[in-house]
Design a protein around this ligand. Structure first.
Ligand SMILES: Nc1ncnc2c1ncn2[C@@H]1O[C@H](COP(=O)(O)OP(=O)(O)OP(=O)(O)O)[C@@H](O)[C@H]1O
Ligand SMILES: [Mg+2]
Length: 338
């Protein structure tokens, strides 16, 4: 459940660019989002829109060079992570904020047992003995429902299935009981049924530990059941934010509507499988005006010249729209001709 307290993490107008001989790639162009304790924010958008780079900048693991944070703030409990010393940032990373990656096999060390790798968290960060750390590892494997944890604690990563390996990644992220987890496409590499199980587990643990969760995905289907709110990203910027049910019912940006129309829905007799026409822009030359204008089915002349800021939505028809923001000049029309 969302809470009213100060956000755990606030990203404010974040900018990241990659500098190379071929030019500057503007990968992140003013990202704004926030997540509270106990809240799940899904970050959604097509491949290449900057979801992962944003997460890397938050975690302080951006590949630099070529990547540089050129503006903005990453406030964790009100403190700007971007201005901390490396030492302070390292303390927060892992302990307060943990990350789960898409590909467990490359994130785990193939020549060390999973018990050793899980136990390492406790040996290094909490100074536990080898024996106590292994006991903790077994406990964590139980928590993420790996069958026969006690027997399997000495197995190597390749001896587990993809779904089980992803559970181990979740266990690793949970080890130090962080306040926030950033999960970057945590289930993309898995079969559909296993995806659902892993996602349910993550959601359950998130509730139990009252953690904030940022769930990065390009799959709208995955997030419907677990997210509290959604931030839709396009060409390095957030173009819409809304509580999850609201976003599905009444999107306030043509790009969001396009994403929704491109998923098959059982509750619609006429299945409109309309993918959004065209391609996302080259981030070395983002179009003038609204970055979505070349693909927008309802583009008007103003959209080609003025970039719409992400504005908080005011009331429509006397109804308040709390927690909703859109970067479309014509959001009101979007909402009302649903
Ligand atoms: N090391 C790098 N050097 C140059 N450009 C990079 C680098 N890493 C990422 N980019 C560029 O930054 C942009 C955003 O990439 P990012 O990985 O954040 O996309 P994404 O939204 O996570 O996509 P996906 O859904 O495919 O994971 C892309 O255009 C990508 O080419
Ligand atoms: Mg990515």
């Amino acid at each position: 459940m969302p809470t009213d307290e100060q956000p755990l993490l606030e990203v404010r107008d974040l900018h990241v660019e990659f500098r190379s001989r071929d030019g500057v790639v503007n990968a992140v162009n003013g990202v704004n989002y926030e997540v509270a304790a106990g809240e799940t924010l899904a970050v959604l958008g097509e491949s290449g829109c900057g979801k992962s780079v944003t997460a890397q900048a938050i975690m302080g693991i951006l590949d630099s060079p070529p990547g540089f944070v050129t503006g903005g703030q990453v406030l964790f409990r009100g403190r700007d992570m971007l201005t901390l010393s490396n030492e302070e940032r390292r303390r927060i990373r892992g302990r307060k904020i943990a990350m789960i990656f898409q590909d467990a096999l490359s994130a785990l060390n193939p020549v060390l047992t999973v018990g050793y790798q899980l136990g390492e968290m406790f040996r290094v960060h909490q100074g536990l003995s080898k024996k106590a750390a292994t006991a903790k590892a077994v406990e964590l494997m139980d928590r993420v429902r790996i069958p026969a944890a006690r027997q399997r604690v000495g197995d190597y990563p390749h001896q587990f299935s993809g779904g089980m390996r992803q559970r181990i990644m979740i266990a690793m992220a949970l080890a130090l009981e962080p306040d926030l987890i950033i999960a970057d496409e945590p289930t993309t590499a898995l079969d559909v049924t296993v995806q659902a199980q892993v996602m349910d587990l993550l959601a359950e643990l998130q509730r139990e530990y009252n953690m904030g969760l940022i769930l990065i995905t390009h799959d709208l289907g995955v997030v419907a059941d677990v997210a509290d709110k959604i931030a839709v990203m396009y060409a390095g910027r957030i173009v819409e934010t809304a509580p999850v049910g609201e976003l599905y019912r009444r999107p306030a940006h043509p790009y969001t509507r396009g994403l929704l129309d491109s998923i098959p829905r059982l509750d619609r007799r006429l299945r409109r499988l309309e993918a959004i026409r065209g391609l996302p822009p080259d981030l070395r030359a983002v179009p003038l005006g609204c970055e979505f204008n070349p693909r927008c089915p309802r583009v008007r002349s103003r959209c080609r010249t003025d970039r719409p800021p992400l504005h908080q939505l005011s009331a429509v028809d006397g109804r308040e729209l709390p927690g909703r923001a859109s970067a479309c000049h014509y959001w009101k029309a979007e909402l009302t001709d649903a």
